[in-house]
Design a binder for this molecule. Structure first.
Ligand SMILES: C[S@@+](CC[C@H](N)C(=O)[O-])C[C@H]1O[C@@H](n2cnc3c(N)ncnc32)[C@H](O)[C@@H]1O
Length: 285
């Protein structure tokens, strides 16, 4: 399946510049109020909303970025969803990581093309999609999930936006009981008690590897950071959160959006180090 990032236009070729919607891919329709509707384009099906309907055949083969008229005469913009759009609108079970945090998780954990990343829990698979994109075709992502019931929906979500999932594997079980992978570059944890995973993560990470934990409350962050400081195998322990505020820009006024998702969670990172012994020093007293 093609998404906005996979199918960029080729400036040298008119046919490619038209950039048509393909059968089976995701389309995002936006009405004049900015409301978004996600559809998988399938021959013989119709997109219905309160503004009327559009047969998918009228969209397949037509340009991404084109204007599509519903049966009731309303005009919608049709584009490919970004990963952030998909995460916002996808079917979900457990709480997902939103786009505002996805980008900073990738940069603060320094997830690079070719990296081997272990994550837990899989949840709805939102974070997994971002990790798979960041590690690229030469990388690998292994997702641990304690609740086997969420795996099918997560797989379907991930496969909707990542065309090649051959470098991804899912393991059902408690990651605290151990990480089978060795020499791992990054461990990314989005689960309630990451301090229970410090042994498993330290065993799996090579020295210099990075552990990143996403937590919604300050009490959890405090417990985690105290455990990291006491552990001795982690250094450069840092915590941050992301606040992203939209702005409304019109010809006559430029002002901040009335509403913003200020808090979603805290990101704590730590580097797996050689235990300091006599030479080392406390980076986080
Ligand atoms: C907040 S959700 C993760 C959401 C996911 N990162 C996403 O973006 O869709 C937390 C998940 O961690 C799982 N989990 C909790 N403790 C776990 C453990 N010890 N090992 C593996 N998975 C665990 C839960 O079952 C749940 O699905």
């Amino acid at each position: 399946m093609t998404t906005a990032n996979d199918a960029g236009p080729d400036a040298g070729d008119d046919a490619v510049r038209d950039n048509p919607f393909l059968p089976g891919e995701l389309a995002l329709f936006l009405d004049r109020k900015g409301r978004a509707y996600l559809q998988t384009l399938t021959e013989g099906e119709e997109f219905h909303c309160h503004l009327g309907f559009i047969p998918h055949e009228e969209v397949i083969g037509q340009p991404v970025g084109g204007w599509y008229t519903t049966s009731r005469g309303h005009v919608l913009l049709g584009i490919r969803p970004t990963l952030g759009d998909y995460v916002r609108l996808m079917p979900r079970g457990p709480q997902v990581i939103y786009a505002k945090d996805l980008g900073n998780i990738v940069s603060m954990a320094d997830i690079f093309p070719g990296a081997t990343v272990v994550e837990a829990g899989l949840g709805s698979g939102a974070l997994t999609t971002g990790l798979l994109r960041a590690v690229g075709p030469a990388g690998r992502v292994v997702s641990y999930e304690i609740n086997g019931e969420v795996v099918a929906k997560a797989k379907s979500n991930v496969e909707s936006v990542v065309s090649d999932t051959s470098r991804w594997s899912v393991k059902v079980g408690d990651i605290a009981e151990g990480i089978a992978e060795a020499d791992v570059d990054r461990v990314v944890l989005d689960l309630p008690e990451p301090w229970r995973i410090l042994d498993a993560a330290a065993d799996a990470l090579h020295t210099g590897g990075i552990l990143l934990c996403f937590l919604p409350t300050v009490l959890q962050v405090h417990e985690l950071v105290m455990a990291l400081q006491d552990d001795g195998r982690y250094a450069r322990i840092e915590t941050a959160e992301t606040m992203l505020r939209g702005w409304n820009v019109t010809r006559r006024s430029v002002r901040p959006a009335h509403r913003m998702v200020a808090h979603s969670g805290f990101i704590t990172t730590a580097v797996r180090c050689v235990p300091p012994g006599r030479q080392g020093y406390a980076l986080n007293p």
